[in-house]
Ligand binder design. Structure first.
Ligand code: SAM
Length: 356
């Protein structure tokens, strides 16, 4: 072995450094890794571990240097490339981080942490659930209809006094739900075909709805049509997943864990076929939250043009709008004061009188 160290000695230094790393004694771990690298400068695992230790120790700038060398030593390592992106993100080098995460996805298209990291970079700020909670607080809706309940995480954000109706063919409730909440274990199409919503809401219009059920365009469109049939002009409809992260995760066919489907086309469709609706699309992570008001019960345009709309929008892909995404999708910054003012201007629910 060169530089006066035997393989056995190197193995012992590595064992001690890895032990120190595991117990977060980072200075000691890094000193050990550096000693090995002086003898074997292109040792992939040690370069990678040194980079990881530097990230964990809060030294992302230093980590970048070693992780670059790790990636050069093994260009096909998705983990090293991901860690390089992580260090770049933490060092404030956002453009380089995006490139590293995209490289990870070239190597392994379903690398969830790379998708989540890209979503963090594309949508800085709070998650959609924070905005949903604020919407409940601002609007103080008499009732709330949620399509796609899953664990109950979003339903639980409703205020205790709100009458809540949840629809999901396979609810898996894991959260305490608001007291006046009823869940229907049905698809939304079946639920609406039974025409019971009006009675469930004591013949009041829907005040606030959240569409987050089946994640294909035509299902979200039908959900919107069915909600509008029970709405009034002050109803607010929130629609999840209206801003794609990229083409693969916003396609109709699901090939990745991180997937928002092609619900985003609903914004394009409503802008074209229902220009009277008021629409903004808030850049919340992980994939945006569309907000719509100005609904017109009895408006038949979407129903009458349903076949034509499907023919027009189903073939679209993200590439068709990527370069003009903000304009095409009415994207606005995730700033709660501005969203609240937008709702206030449209006299939505209690916001026209509420002061807090
Ligand atoms: C993304 S999850 C909902 C997450 C939840 N809204 C939240 O924010 O925590 C989507 C849910 O839609 C439900 N779903 C699928 N097809 C549906 C349909 N046709 N009608 C209503 N819900 C549906 C699924 O069972 C799943 O629980």
């Amino acid at each position: 072995m060169s530089k006066g160290m035997s393989g056995k000695q190197l193995a012992e230094i590595f064992r001690q450094a890895a032990d120190a790393h595991q117990h977060q004694r980072h200075a000691e771990a890094q000193a050990g890794y550096r000693r090995i690298l002086r003898v074997v400068p292109a040792h992939f695992d040690v370069l990678h571990l040194l980079g990881q230790s530097l990230i964990e120790a809060g030294q992302p700038h230093d980590a970048i240097e070693w992780l670059r060398k790790a990636v050069a030593a093994n260009p096909d390592s998705t983990d090293a490339c991901f860690d390089l992106g992580l260090a770049q993100r933490k060092a404030g080098q956002s453009d380089q981080a995006v490139q590293s995460f995209r490289r990870v996805l070239e190597l392994q298209p379903d690398y969830l942490k790379a998708h989540l990291s890209l979503a963090e970079l594309k949508f800085p700020g709070e998650r959609y659930t924070t905005l949903l909670r604020q919407l409940h607080q601002w609007l103080k809706p008499a009732n709330y209809v949620e399509i796609g309940v899953e664990t109950g995480q979003s339903m639980a954000l409703a205020e205790p006094g709100t009458r809540c109706v949840g629809i999901d063919p396979e609810p898996r409730i894991q959260t305490a739900l608001p007291p006046r909440c009823e869940i229907f274990a049905q698809t939304s199409d079946t639920f609406f075909a039974e025409q019971k919503l009006h009675e469930l809401l004591d013949r009041q219009p829907v005040a606030f709805a959240f569409i987050d059920g089946m994640h294909v365009f035509e299902a979200a469109l039908r959900d919107f049509i069915n909600i509008e049939a029970c709405a009034d002009p002050h109803t607010v409809v929130a629609i999840h997943d209206c801003i794609p992260l990229d083409g693969v995760t916003s396609a109709r066919e699901r090939t990745t864990n991180f997937w928002s489907g092609d619900v985003w086309k609903l914004i394009l469709c409503l802008k074209k076929y229902r220009p009277g609706l008021e629409i903004i699309n808030v850049a919340t992570k992980p994939t945006g939250l569309g907000l719509i008001t100005g609904l017109e019960r009895g408006n038949r345009r979407l129903l009458d043009c349903y076949a034509q709309i499907l023919e027009e929008f189903i073939p679209l892909g993200y590439d068709d709008i990527a370069e003009r995404e903000a304009e095409c999708l009415n994207i606005v910054a995730n700033e709660s004061a501005a969203v609240k003012a937008w709702l206030q201007d449209r006299r939505c629910s209690s916001l026209s009188v509420a002061t807090s």
